[in-house]
Design a binder for this molecule. Sequence first.
Ligand SMILES: C[S@@+](CC[C@H](N)C(=O)[O-])C[C@H]1O[C@@H](n2cnc3c(N)ncnc32)[C@H](O)[C@@H]1O
Length: 301
Amino acid sequence: MPRGPLAASVERLIGRYREGGAAKTPILAGATDVLAYALYRMPATLAACSNMLRRSAFHLPDITTVTDIGGGTGAAAWAARDQWPDASVTVLDQVVAALQLGRALHAAEPGGVDFTRWQAGSAIPAADLVTISYVLSELDQAAQSELVKAALGAAHRAVAIIEPGTPSGHGRILMARQALLDAGWQLVAPCPHQLDCPVRQPDWCHFSARVERSSMHRQLKGGELGHEDEKFSYVVAVPGGVGAPEVSDRPARVLRHPGKRKGLVELQLCRPDGTASREVVTKRQGAAYKDARDVRWGDAW
Ligand SMILES: C[S@@+](CC[C@H](N)C(=O)[O-])C[C@H]1O[C@@H](n2cnc3c(N)ncnc32)[C@H](O)[C@@H]1O
């Protein structure tokens, strides 16, 4: 496809996503938009989904089926299959061109991923894990709540919801988090507790995933750097009650790039007691200091 129309699509899509808010018509308007999305956004949503699932996988053994709601070109499906290579994934979306491209991208590894036309409000196929990746921002508030509720109804073992790592993205994650708690679900990542989120405005809870840019990606976005850092907010939960993983004695979560200076590491932590605060680990603390030198933003501590 010629680069001109693709670059125009990228510009239009960047504008639409920057505006935010519920879309009355699908944002991906046709094959050009879909290809542009796959080139300039999908690598980032894939990196963010991979990061989220990798950090949650310990709590999610035995995932054999996944339903990805609003899955578009299939970013979360790739992330899920990286984590659970034998899982069968069903990708649901309203945009036929996105499903077609997603299917084509998966053609090299036949089986395992099914792309199905679907409109929010229709039935959601049940699965061990249900993912909602970068979709809530395209729905109005009532539809967001409905979708989260429907995802809970369809998930046997876990729900994973991810949004852009912006204040409004975190706001939508907080809404989803509350719906999960109200339904008696147990949060497994990133939150180390079930209490109110201690990260308050003007701050917001978010993480970062490094994305290597292809040369096409660089050309379309007009960027010089060979990489970008995708910021994301997320929540992963499992059904509460008997059989849910033990979450007492949970480790804290690192909320920022650790500050490293000679002989000390400064960590901003979300703690199991529901507070968020700073911890300074010094060289005198030996093994803890060694660990702190290696810990990264988003890791457990
Ligand atoms: C920003 S894209 C995210 C795609 C993919 N999940 C990812 O992470 O790259 C949002 C997707 O949600 C889908 N979507 C939005 N509203 C929808 C609705 N009402 N019914 C079905 N799909 C919807 C769009 O078609 C689009 O593919």
